[in-house]
Design a protein around this ligand. Structure first.
Ligand code: IMP
Length: 195
């Protein structure tokens, strides 16, 4: 069976990725990276940061590793928090409250356009990029948090097609449409053809 190291310390990401592989009937053993795993994400964009994490994990394990770097980009905030989404505030709940506060003066949905960007990069232990892809998933910043599924900014990311936030969608629903699932679709297709 194929084996890939997933360069993350985020159990929510591991769960989503594993569920996606299962739902696509794609057989791969996901190996964890030794913890603590916290490489400095000092890239200037999502693709660079996903490369940094993947290469670090590939060096540590001596195996091919992939990483996911995700961020929430808000149109009226000129793309913020963007690559700083993880550092926007310390705790998850504080990030949500801070963003809702920044968005307070924007009263219409049209002014609250946002998207999740998700970069996935697969790197070998020599640092060679084998696969790299960035997806974009459009939505809006909701007026209040809703839902208990998912993680991170999901409770305030409103998806018009479902009239729900991402946190009101269960794992199967989120995994059919999300930024991560779009990037994983491309990743799985590449793995099937090349790996
Ligand atoms: P990173 O990709 O681990 O650097 O995550 C950046 C920030 O985005 C963190 O605050 C995460 O909690 C958040 N985040 C990552 N993926 C998702 C997602 O699928 N939904 C909502 N928030 C996310």
């Amino acid at each position: 069976m194929r084996e890939l190291v997933f360069a993350t310390s985020n159990s929510n990401k591991i769960f989503e990725v594993q569920e996606k592989f299962i739902s696509e009937n794609f057989c791969v053993k996901i190996l964890p990276v030794p913890q603590p795993f916290n490489p400095e994400e000092n890239g200037t964009n999502f693709l660079e940061n996903s490369y940094i994490k993947a290469y670090e994990a590939a060096k540590i394990t001596g195996k091919d590793a992939f990483a996911d770097d995700t961020g929430l980009c808000v149109e009226v905030l000129n793309g913020r928090p963007g690559i700083y989404s993880a550092r926007y505030a310390k705790k998850g709940e504080d990030k949500i409250q801070k963003l809702l506060y920044e968005m307070k003066k924007y009263k219409t949905l049209d002014e609250r356009k946002a998207y999740f960007a998700c970069a996935i990069t697969l790197v070998n232990p020599l640092g060679k990029t084998l696969f790299s892809y960035q997806s974009k998933f459009n939505g809006f910043i909701d007026f209040e948090p809703k839902g208990t599924y998912g993680f991170g900014y999901d409770p305030i990311f409103y998806v018009k097609e479902f009239d729900k936030t991402l946190a009101e969608l269960n794992i199967n629903e989120k995994n059919k449409i999300s930024h991560r699932s779009l990037a994983l679709n491309a990743f799985i297709n590449w793995l099937l053809a090349n790996y």
